[in-house]
Design a protein around this ligand. Structure first.
Ligand SMILES: NC(=O)c1ccc[n+]([C@@H]2O[C@H](COP(=O)([O-])OP(=O)(O)OC[C@H]3O[C@@H](n4cnc5c(N)ncnc54)[C@H](O)[C@@H]3O)[C@@H](O)[C@H]2O)c1
Length: 259
C-alpha cells in the first residue's frame, strides 16, 4: 500500500500491459485514471479497477494530440482530487523491412510512440509543478529501445527515442522532485504481439505463431512475459522505493537483452 491515496493516470489502459498496470497500481492503493482511444475498453477496465476497491475514471483521448492529453490530465486532477503518477504506456508496433517503410507509417508511429510520450511528460510535469509537489513519470520503452531488431527498425527507433526523452526529462525536472524512468519489456503475450506475429508470417512465410515462439525461445527464464510481470516493475517505479532512481530505462524481459 505504498502509494495509497495517490492518483495515477495510465495511457493505453484499455488492454494488455496498460490494463495490468492499472490493476496493479489500484491494488497498491492508488486511484486510477484510465486513458485510451478505445472508450468501451477503458470503461470495462474501470469496472475491474473498482472491483479492486480503488476509484477509477475512464477517459477517451488520443495521446498524439497534446490538447487531449491536457484535458485528460486536468479532468484526472479534478475528478480524482489529485495527480501524482503518469504512465505513458500507449504505443503501437509496425513490422516492415527498412526497404519498404513509407513516410505515412513513420509519421504515425512517431506521433504515437514518441510525441505521445513527450506530451505526457510535458503536460504531466506541468501539472505536478502547478500542484506544488513532485511526481513520477514512467514511460514505455522496450527491449527494442536497447537493440534494433530486423523488421522492427522504425519501432526500435521510437523506443530508443523514449530513452532519450526519459534521460533529458529526468535532468530537467529533477529539481522539482519529479523522477522520470522507463520500463523495457521483452516479449509480452498481448494483442500487440499477435499483430507482430501475423505480420512476420505475411512477410516471411513463417507459420503463424512461429515468430513469437522463436523470440520466446531466446528468453533465459524460459517463458513468455505476462503483462503482470511488467506491472510489477512499474509498481516499483511508481512507489517510494524508487525515489532515488531517475533517468533509467530498465530491462524487464526474463533475460533476453543484456545491458
Ligand atoms: N507487448 C510487448 O511485447 C511489448 C514489449 C515491449 C514494449 N511494449 C510497449 O508496451 C506498451 C503497451 O503494449 P501492449 O502490448 O499492451 O499493446 P496493446 O496493443 O495490447 O495495447 C495498446 C493500447 O494502447 C491504446 N492506444 C494506441 N494508440 C493510442 C493513442 N494514440 N492514444 C491513446 N491510446 C492508444 C490501444 O487502444 C490499446 O488499448 C506499448 O508502448 C508497447 O510498445 C510492449
Amino acid at each position: 500500500m505504498s502509494i495509497k491515496g495517490k492518483v495515477a493516470l495510465i495511457t493505453g489502459a484499455g488492454q494488455g500491459i496498460g490494463r495490468a498496470i492499472a490493476l496493479r497500481l489500484a491494488s497498491d492503493g492508488a486511484d486510477i485514471s484510465l486513458v485510451d482511444v478505445n472508450g468501451d475498453r477503458v470503461d470495462a477496465v474501470a469496472d475491474e479497477v473498482r472491483a479492486v476497491g480503488a476509484k477509477a475514471i475512464s477517459l477517451v483521448a488520443d495521446v498524439t494530440d497534446r490538447d487531449q492529453v491536457q484535458t485528460a490530465v486536468d479532468r484526472t486532477e479534478r475528478e480524482l482530487g489529485g495527480f501524482d503518477i503518469i504512465v505513458n504506456n500507449a504505443g503501437i508496433a509496425q513490422v516492415n523491412p527498412i526497404a519498404d517503410v513509407t513516410p505515412e507509417e513513420v509519421s504515425r508511429i512517431l506521433a504515437v510512440n514518441v510525441e505521445g510520450v513527450l506530451w505526457g511528460i510535458q503536460v504531466g510535469a506541468a501539472k505536478f509543478r502547478e500542484l506544488g509537489h513532485g511526481g513520477k513519470i514512467i514511460n514505455a520503452s522496450s527491449i527494442a529501445g536497447h537493440e534494433g531488431f530486423p523488421m522492427l527498425g522504425v519501432y526500435s527507433a521510437t523506443k530508443f527515442a523514449v530513452r532519450g526523452l526519459t534521460q533529458a526529462a529526468a535532468k530537467e525536472y529533477a529539481s522539482d522532485g519529479i523522477t522520470v524512468n522507463a520500463y523495457c519489456p521483452g516479449v509480452v503475450g498481448t494483442d500487440m504481439w499477435v499483430t507482430i506475429d501475423e505480420r512476420f508470417a505475411a512477410l516471411t512465410g513463417a507459420p503463424k505463431g512461429a515468430t513469437f515462439d522463436k523470440f520466446v525461445g531466446g528468453i533465459a527464464l524460459g517463458r513468455a512475459q505476462t503483462p503482470e510481470d511488467v506491472a510489477a516493475y512499474v509498481s516499483y517505479l511508481a512507489g517510494p522505493d524508487s525515489d532515488y532512481m531517475t533517468g533509467q530505462a530498465g530491462l524487464i524481459d526474463g533475460g533476453l537483452v543484456y545491458r
